[in-house]
Write a protein that binds this ligand. Structure first.
Ligand code: ZN
Length: 471
């Protein structure tokens, strides 16, 4: 079989995190009943005028900065003429000749850098709901601000495409630009894929893939398409430039249409929006948000906290966790212990809350106090977890909770001595086994003392006292 190189480029559309649409003041909340977030502007009535949403521009600039793009300070919109049944103007306001950002890059976890061709602003279309013999249209989504992010064809495998999407999503979430929720449609991805003879410089004919609803779907669709194209080419056939739809149920792509060229869209300047220059000051305000991206933070965490890579991955996976961890370490400088308690009991709790971190009221300072008490032996494992559960939603005083619930661990030898003697008297069999060399038998005695203190004794101290007493 002939061998080919794979060439992949991705086009990602992300919804910018604004409260209102890009050219009118309608809400961007989609959960509302169909056609309730609409106005004459997003319905494309004659005579209405679009007004550009400043917040959309702020967030778009933030993304362009995060992706290290060269930013075009002149903001210039064009009309992309196309009949969309769910975009009633019959054109989409977009940026073509002069995208907001160009020539950027994104670093992957593997160390490879993927070039970003361009990022540009545009409006979303609505939603069509197809019934048996009629269709419904919901315009709530029409006019939602989108940023299209186009990568260079630098990606060489489906797995690398998956890695790119993961890194991009994390970066966009980190800087607060988008929720990147594929299920809610706030991140969508199309892929261009072609094959060329191994080592050749000339590119093959590319096929565009659409309709992937998950990152895994993107990877699966690419895998299928690479196998399909390689079979066609291997048999001496031809690949046609076309758009194919991924069908996740049957795991294959089907032809949707032959690909249009840019000139088919008859782009021309949007006469209803004046072009303007973005001031330096306006851009400066976005820079603090892109100071440290997740990839850089990952490297820094490995460097200074010396944790395992897999643990660092979890800490970095959401900005809240990474910030919380760093705050807690400032108070109690035991990164490994803080990390363990976050990845264990803390996330276990958070994952039971429907709105996750929004329910967390416990300050990182108070959280670090719990970890500190646990590591110094004031709280045992169970008690520490209990304090966490009792404070995570309210940030109540940790010391008061411990006092009120009587949770502090008993380490005082004189308090424990009597109970240790009792346990020895009551469990002569275990004592004998221990003296005969069965080391494990002592744990039975420890358990007995723990029971007597309702779990509050410090097991380490108890064990030492038992050993001393038996000897
Ligand atoms: Zn509107």
């Amino acid at each position: 079989m002939q061998e080919f190189d794979t060439v992949i480029g991705l086009e990602v559309h992300v919804q910018l995190n604004t409260l209102s649409k890009i050219f009118c003041s309608c809400s961007t909340k989609f959960e509302n009943p169909p056609n309730t977030n609409i106005c004459p502007v997003c319905c494309g009535y004659p005579g209405v005028l679009p007004v550009f949403n400043k917040r959309a521009l702020e967030l778009a600039i933030r993304v362009a900065l995060a992706l290290k793009c060269k930013i075009n300070k002149k903001i210039y919109f064009e009309r992309k003429n196309y009949f969309y049944p769910d975009l009633p103007k019959n054109y989409q306001i977009s940026q073509y000749k002069m995208p907001l950002g160009e020539n950027g890059e994104l670093s992957l976890r593997t160390g490879k850098t993927i070039g970003i061709t361009r990022v540009h602003l545009e409006e979303d279309a609505g939603k069509l709901i197809h019934k048996e013999n009629y269709s419904l249209v919901d315009l709530n989504r029409t006019g939602t601000p989108l940023l299209e992010i186009v990568s260079n064809p630098d990606i060489t495998s489906p797995q690398e495409a998956f890695g790119y999407l993961t890194c991009l999503k994390l970066a966009l979430q980190y800087i607060g630009a988008s929720e990147c929720n594929m299920e809610k449609g706030s991140l969508r991805c199309d892929a261009n894929v072609s094959l060329k003879n191994k080592g050749a410089s000339a590119l093959g004919v590319k096929v565009e893939l659409k309709n992937m609803n998950t990152f895994k779907g993107v990877r699966d669709a690419l895998e299928y398409e690479i196998a399909r194209q390689s079979k066609v080419l291997g048999e001496g056939g031809k690949i046609f430039q076309e758009t194919r739809l991924w069908d996740g149920d049957i795991q294959r792509t089907e032809v949707m249409r032959s690909k249009e060229e840019a000139h088919d869209y008859r782009y021309f300047p949007e006469p209803d929006l004046l072009d303007f220059l973005v001031e330096e000051e306006f851009m400066e305000k976005e820079k603090p948000f892109v100071k440290e991206l997740p990839h850089d933070r990952y490297k820094r965490f490995l460097d200074i906290y010396k944790l395992q890579e897999s643990d660092t991955d979890v800490l970095i996976s959401e900005k809240f966790i990474a910030d919380y961890f760093e705050e807690a370490v400032k108070e109690f400088n035991e990164p490994k212990k803080i990390c363990n308690f976050i990845i264990g009991p803390f996330l276990e709790q958070v994952n039971t809350f429907p709105d996750r971190f929004q329910s967390v009221k416990l300050s990182a300072q108070n959280f670090s106090k719990i970890v500190k008490y646990f590591s110094t032996g004031l709280l045992n494992n169970l008690a520490a977890k209990k304090v966490l559960v009792l404070s995570i939603n309210n940030n109540n005083d940790i010391d008061e909770i411990i006092k009120k619930e009587g949770l502090s661990q008993v380490s005082n030898e004189s308090e424990l001595k009597g109970l240790v003697e009792e346990a020895i008297k009551e469990n002569q069999k275990a004592v004998k086994e221990y003296m005969d060399g069965k080391e494990q038998a002592i744990m039975f005695l420890v358990g007995s003392v723990m029971k007597k203190t309702k779990g509050k004794a410090n097991p380490k101290v108890v064990k030492e006292l038992l050993e001393k007493a038996i000897k």
